[in-house]
Design a protein around this ligand. Structure first.
Ligand SMILES: *Cc1c(COP(=O)(O)O)cnc(C)c1O
Length: 398
């Protein structure tokens, strides 16, 4: 019998991908599933981006590129940050990876290991704690609640810092809560770690998806003293509907970029050449596609929040960014649906999927038992019908 390594055994499969697989199974059996589980835009990649990739492939850009990305793609990232955030840095600060998740992995692998602690505000994106655990470091979870809009306070942060803390992970706009911190709130958090040697890893992948008055903040632009310790992570997956292209990046001090480059060289050699050409077109090209998608997401957010608040026992803070509603369903725990007792977020989601064919992701996957995540990156029709089915199903609990 082949032995499975400690590393493999320490990793949990991604709960969102698992939920998606279960729904696919039902669908294959001919069932219409109202699927709110997947964390990706339902739009196809804009045409001008696909055309740039086609042109690159036909033009011979089919070879290995430099490990951290071509000079052209780095220049496009540099231009984009200067234009959008007024954040200035050089190509030596940029590494392009196979998705933002890959950049986060490389950044953690290059900064932490056994004996180190990484602070993660909770609810957190499914992969954070596993990505930290894979390095041997310990995730330190700081619990936030709907009452505070799922925001970590400076007091909570400072109580979590120990001599072993090496990295603070931030994610605003947040997956799964949709929380967007204000600039002042982020300044107050960053100020807690300024007097220490803790680095900040800021995952800003939803920066182009905020609604109403909420504004994204590029954490790297907050305090000059942070310059040597800030890792900005972002990517094309969410803003440009490019999940399958696997384009993400990190902006970090040159010494760290070099360490990540070395790790990446032994993992994947380089990111996809064709995808890099597509990323240049996304960042440099017309941005109307982004505002069109944002406008549609904003309308779906209104619909989702209004309909959910109409269900007895469901309360949720308004998500100001990303495309998820994260809400408390613990009022329904202890009830029985059909012959299924519902006791936690996992049994809640599996009974709901089996009986009403509505697919949500259990909060426990995000470190928040009692909650569920509903993605509104799906059509208004699916949102209308799916939430109506959820509401009708909830009324059946005894
Ligand atoms: C989707 C997502 C990512 C990863 O995106 P990639 O497709 O790997 O670029 C990273 N962070 C958060 C919070 C996400 O939701």
């Amino acid at each position: 019998m082949i032995r499975i390594s400690k590393l493999a055994a320490s990793v949990q499969p991604s709960a969102t991908l698992a939920a998606g697989a279960k729904a696919r199974q039902l669908r294959a059996a001919g069932v219409k599933v109202y699927d709110f589980s997947l964390g990706e835009p339902d739009f196809d990649t804009p045409k001008h981006i696909c055309e740039a990739a086609e042109k690159a492939a036909l033009g011979g850009q089919t070879h290995y590129t430099p490990t951290s990305g071509t000079a052209e793609v780095k220049a496009a990232v540099v231009r984009w940050y200067k234009k959008v955030h007024g954040y200035e840095f050089g190509p030596e600060n940029v590494i392009v990876s196979n998705g933002a998740k890959h950049s986060i992995h490389n950044a953690l692998a290059a900064t932490v290991g056994p004996g180190d602690e990484v602070i993660i505000p909770t609810p957190y994106w499914v992969s954070y704690s596993d990505l930290v655990s894979m390095t041997g470091a310990a995730p330190v979870l700081v619990t936030t609640t709907p009452e505070s809009g799922f925001k970590m306070t400076p007091h909570q942060l400072s109580a979590a810092v120990t001599p072993r803390t090496r990295v603070l992970m931030l994610n605003s706009p947040c997956n799964p809560t949709g929380t967007v911190y204000t600039r002042a709130e982020l300044e107050a958090l960053v100020d807690v770690v300024l007097g220490t040697d803790v680095a900040v890893l800021s995952d800003e992948i939803y920066e182009q998806l905020t609604y109403g008055d909420a504004k994204p903040t590029c954490v790297a632009t907050l305090r000059p003293a942070l310059k040597d310790r800030i890792i900005t992570i972002s990517g094309a997956s969410k803003s440009y509907a490019m999940t399958g292209w696997r384009m993400g990046w990190a902006i970090a001090p040159p010494a760290l970029v070099k360490a990540m480059d070395t790790i990446q060289s032994q993992e994947t050699s380089c990111p996809s050449s064709v995808s890099q050409a597509a990323l240049i077109a996304a960042l440099d090209g017309p941005q109307e596609c982004v505002s069109e998608m944002r406008t549609e997401f904003a309308a779906r957010r209104e619909l989702t929040v209004t309909r959910l608040r109409d269900i007895p026992g469901v309360r949720l803070p308004t998500p100001d960014g990303a495309f998820y509603a994260f809400f408390d369903v613990s009022a329904y725990f202890g009830k029985t649906f059909g012959d299924k007792p519902v006791t936690d977020s996992l049994s809640f989601c599996s009974a709901l999927l089996e009986q009403a064919h509505v697919n949500l992701v259990p909060g426990v996957a995000f470190g928040a038992e009692g909650f569920v995540r509903m993605s509104f990156a799906t059509s208004r029709e699916v949102i209308e019908t799916g939430i109506a089915r959820l509401k009708a199903w909830l009324a059946l609990g005894t």
